[in-house]
Design a protein around this ligand. Structure first.
Ligand SMILES: *Cc1c(COP(=O)(O)O)cnc(C)c1O
Length: 395
């Protein structure tokens, strides 16, 4: 159950709810924190950066002493690129575990960086499993690193990072995790799941505004990273070394976004940290999924693979259904949803993260029901091919 006793206040100023996995609906206090200016060099802002780094490290739990936090300007992808380019050597070979758009993006990033890599491509959503990873690593001793996506936001699947990590370290290789859409809501403790670094950003489960990402990496890896990166602005080692020495970011920091993030981090702690935040999102998902299934809509994934971050639903097979019209009618009811990313069947996605609770999710379900009625959709069931597709993934 949620630790939130009173319902979350709806967005002021009549804003729609963003049922999207970042940018997302933020608290009024988080937006309000941006109503002043900070000098990037000034001690007040340096203290804000220091508090932010400490709070992020604290979320790792036991073992956090071996890690440090390096914030990087830009959207999440910039931080992923910074991690990949800085924490692998130029002669590294990287195995990318892909089951969706973000895994593909990591592979593309490595191609841009000119890093040797191979991709285990599981298609739209099937999870990469530990035994497959073990086999690939056994067959290719040149592989030095593995990149895994924690929650693959393009389908909403929660990938099995525990078994992946076991396979990676049993083979003596290193794991880098894109935990962009999961960090802060799903526990990822180095004492339980070993990894060298993870990356996330301000506008996901911590519920800040967009503007920067951050890399949480072992200090040993940060130290060894000198000279790896061929990009100045994305060099994690250089940003880290500079920040350690001066308390400052190397180049203009997103001051207002950092101020908002600090407010969001304090609210995250007040909600009960990762467990509290994850509890609310789980209740959001459960309310959403139960309500949508009651309408006749079906999820892409069986329950054990559903993340509490975002859920993919198959579009109804009914010819009266069109996603564009569905989107517009939902928006007219103040809900912004997300198109799907599956290549084989039409789908849409609904995010469970941001300043929303199960009361809001019930409204989302009611808005969906009304919208389908308005469209004249009498049967929300997906086409046969969708069910066949889903059967590929064992529960
Ligand atoms: C959001 C996200 C990213 C980064 O996307 P940006 O649009 O660059 O912020 C990377 N990986 C995953 C899994 C994500 O959910």
């Amino acid at each position: 159950m949620t630790s939130q006793k009173t319902p979350i206040a709806p967005p002021k100023l009549g804003e729609p709810y963003l049922l999207t996995p970042g940018p997302l609906t933020t608290a009024y206090e988080t937006k309000e924190a941006m109503l002043r200016d900070w000098g990037s060099w000034d001690g007040d802002f340096r203290a804000m950066t220091a508090e932010m780094r400490t709070r992020l490290l604290d979320m790792l739990g036991p073992g956090k002493e071996e890690f440090d936090c390096v914030p990087m300007q830009g959207s999440g992808t910039f931080a992923v690129e910074a991690m990949l380019g800085s924490l692998t050597a130029r002669d590294s070979k990287i195995l990318v575990l892909a089951n969706g758009a973000y895994g593909q993006r990591s592979a593309k990033t490595l191609a841009y960086l000119g890093r040797d890599h191979v991709v285990l491509d599981k298609g739209d959503y099937l999870p990469p499993r530990g035994d497959e990873v073990a086999q690939i690593l056994a067959d290719d001793p040149a592989i030095t690193h593995v990149v895994a996506i924690h929650c693959e936001t393009s389908s909403g699947i929660l990938n099995p990072v525990g078994e992946i990590s076991d396979a990676v370290y049993a083979a003596g290789r290193k794991l880098l995790i894109d935990s962009m859409s999961a960090f802060g809501a799903i526990e990822l403790r180095p004492s339980e799941v070993r990894f060298e670094a993870l990356v996330s950003s301000a506008n996901k489960c911590i519920e800040g505004v967009p503007g920067f990402g951050f890399v949480l990496a072992r200090k040993s890896e940060l130290e060894a990273a000198k000279g790896n990166c061929q990009s100045l602005s994305l060099d994690v080692h250089d940003q880290w070394a500079h920040m350690e020495k001066t308390g400052q970011w190397r180049f203009t920091p997103p001051t207002h976004a950092v101020a908002a993030f600090l407010t969001a981090l304090r609210a995250h702690e007040a909600e009960g940290g990762v467990a509290g935040r994850g509890g609310r999102y789980t209740a959001n998902r459960d309310t959403l999924v139960a309500g949508m299934r009651d309408i006749g809509l079906e999820t892409l994934l069986q329950d054990r693979w559903l993340s509490p971050i975002i859920v993919t639903f198959f579009c109804p097979d009914d010819p009266k259904f069109s996603f564009d019209r569905f989107y517009d009618l939902m928006k007219a009811k103040n809900f912004i949803i997300y198109p799907g990313k599956l290549t084989i069947v039409d789908s849409f996605r609904v995010g469970c993260i941001g300043q929303m609770d199960e009361h809001v999710m019930r409204q989302v379900v009611e808005a969906t029901r009304e919208t389908l009625n308005e469209m004249g959709v009498t049967n929300a069931a997906p086409p046969e091919i969708a069910i066949k597709e889903r059967a590929k993934l064992a529960a």
